[in-house]
Design a protein around this ligand. Sequence first.
Ligand code: FES
Length: 286
Amino acid sequence: MYKILANEPLVPNIHLIKIEAPAIARKALPGQFAVVRVDEFGERIPLTLADWDGEEGTITVLIMQVGTSTQKLAALNAGDHILNLAGPLGLPSHLDKFGTVVCAGGCYGVGAILPVARALKGLGNKVICIIEARIKNLLYWQEKLQQVSDELIVTTGDGSSGYKGWAYDPLKEMLEKGGKIDRVFAHGCTFMMMLTSEATKPFGVKTLVALNSIMVDGTGMCGCCRVSVGGKTKFTCVDGPEFDGHEVDWELLAARRTIYLEEEIRSLTHWECQRWYKPIVKVVEV
Ligand code: FES
């Protein structure tokens, strides 16, 4: 059992969860993830490590409430426990001194780029962070990212804060103006990573994306996280999660990510009914 030390809503639908996990915190590296099973009825979900503290023995993950497991996680309080936690899993990000690096993040991916940007800055790169949100109320961690980057560009879909558009817009603009960018790291939803990769492809700027395929064991045994990169089958959990975005078969990834959509909706509906209507039924019975 792993103790929840903090559960803070950062913005609507996204929670920061800090967990006591000394063994994972001691070995974690940027780009790695942990597989979580909330309770005995839970599925196993991969969550990118957004931060960790080896001395304190804690890890931090950011979750977006989309399915039953993430709803259950969001409903836990400090002091509650989760049943299983395995990690750190996956290969760490391929970091080096590249020159000028853009770290682009959207939704829960904004949290995931923090350790990557921090490590890149530590290696002597010029780090430009670009974050995106639909509206300004969904932006978070600007101060944290500012501390680990040379420049932070904020974009919102409706223009309510910063640049009007999405993370790939200022990136494309920089490249069109002849700006020298040596590497791009993108973390976020499948669509965001695909668009970022498409924006950099004509300019030949290597773009690394952290794929978010469905996982079960997280250790290369089940084949569930299968993706196609450069025409070859890869397992996200052991060959990734970071891959060259120009080589990813995005259509296949998007299709495989929604393969259990009906079951997920049924599971969520069942859990919501149990959560909200059971107490009412009990009161009525009394
Ligand atoms: Fe099973 Fe990757 S999650 S092989």
